[in-house]
Design a protein around this ligand. Sequence first.
Ligand code: SF4
Ligand code: SF4
Length: 96
Amino acid sequence: MSETTFMGVERDKIDWKPTIDYTKCDYCMECVKFCPHKVFEVRESEVIKLIVRNANNCVVFCRACSKICGPDALSFPDKNATTQRIKEIRREESNG
Ligand code: SF4
Ligand code: SF4
């Protein structure tokens, strides 16, 4: 359980992380080198050599790694929908 919060909501309740499109990814690992938060994990000996291991380490609303991904293999949830969901969670929690 994470103790980090974002907009007053526990980080692990917020669905924000990169999704890797394996039909596009060429395993260049630029995203791994770029992101300082250990979101990705390289798995040398596996068929799928890159996974999203620590989704909750991803900075909410950051999309920076998708901009350095040549094949455009990284996608993220919709920002407005995520903002709405965070507000809903806050309302739910304040209503007990
Ligand atoms: S930068 Fe893009 S293509 Fe390269 S490993 Fe990451 S997701 Fe795959
Ligand atoms: S969006 Fe930002 S924090 Fe999340 S994995 Fe990419 S570079 Fe790291």
